[in-house]
Write a protein that binds this ligand. Structure first.
Ligand code: ATP
Length: 251
């Protein structure tokens, strides 16, 4: 279980202090898929970066299973079981896709096992397993490879920041299934997704709405989702992403 207690995050923006996250207290329970949503600029990605340890809060505490991890580095948090898929994934020149997935598991993974994670995110494994993780990969390919590494890592808390960004319509359906499968197999862990997409909100156990750096609402999907329909929080273009399963890319 992850607990955020009175988290505030301030930056110095052109000489003046700007509060991006304002006194947020939030619990991400075990065995749940929680989606954080809300209008652009509400502070969602910043909150995800605070959880991953990329940023340090100005005040407040972050607890993982009761242990204070507020001052731990990103690497130490990863060791404690926080897996993070960035909104804009990082490229690793000289490293092959297979190495990246193997590194994520920390085991002597076989090529066949690594391929299963690539297939799970809708990539034709044999076309990617030996590729270098460099600028020859498109943004969408890179994004899916990164999601595959988070799946492979099987973290205590897996955080996905806008996983739909840069993903084509065909792969989007596949991605929803990936998250649904993750949710079904969840055990003593939790999934946190930052998203505007209605299809992702639809598979959430709980929804958190952030607006202007503040926690506006939190509750079960049944409680929160109806109030979001027709507001700016549920992005209308997500309807374009409703693709038939049979259109999903097959390898
Ligand atoms: N280092 C920084 N300096 C100044 N302003 C910042 C900094 N980091 C974030 N912000 C501002 O804080 C606000 C929240 O940003 P954040 O990226 O967390 O929003 P978001 O809810 O993820 O938005 P989106 O839905 O568009 O991805 C934005 O107005 C952003 O411009």
């Amino acid at each position: 279980m992850l607990e955020l207690k009175n988290i505030t995050f301030q930056v110095n923006d052109e000489g003046s202090d700007k509060e991006i996250i304002r006194d947020i207290s939030l619990t991400i329970p075990d065995d749940k898929l929680v989606v954080i949503t809300g209008p652009n600029g509400g502070g969602k990605s910043t909150l995800a970066r605070l959880i991953a340890g990329i940023e340090k809060p100005t005040s407040g505490q972050i607890l993982l299973d009761g242990e204070d991890i507020t001052n731990l580095s990103i690497t130490d948090r990863a060791k404690k079981g926080i897996g993070f898929a960035f909104q804009q994934p990082v490229r690793f020149k000289g490293i092959q896709v297979f190495d990246l997935i193997k590194l994520a598991t920390g085991t002597n993974l076989s090529v066949g096992e690594a391929c299963q994670f690539l297939s799970a995110v809708g990539l034709c494994a044999r076309d990617y397993i030996d590729r270098e993780v460099n600028s020859s990969l498109s943004g969408g390919e890179l994004k899916r490879i990164e999601i595959a590494t988070v799946l492979a890592k099987a973290s205590r808390l897996s955080v996905f920041d806008e996983p739909e960004a840069g993903i084509d319509l065909w792969s989007f359906q596949n991605l929803i299934e990936v998250f649904q499968n993750m949710r079904e197999q969840i055990h003593d862990s939790s999934i946190l997704i930052i998203s505007h997409q209605e299809r992702i909100l639809n598979i959430a156990d709980e929804i958190v709405v952030l607006k202007d750096g503040k926690l506006e609402k939190q509750g079960s999907r049944e409680e929160i989702l109806p109030s979001l329909m027709g507001t700016a929080s549920a992005v209308p273009e997500c309807r374009k992403n409703f693709v038939a399963k049979e259109d999903a890319q097959e390898c």
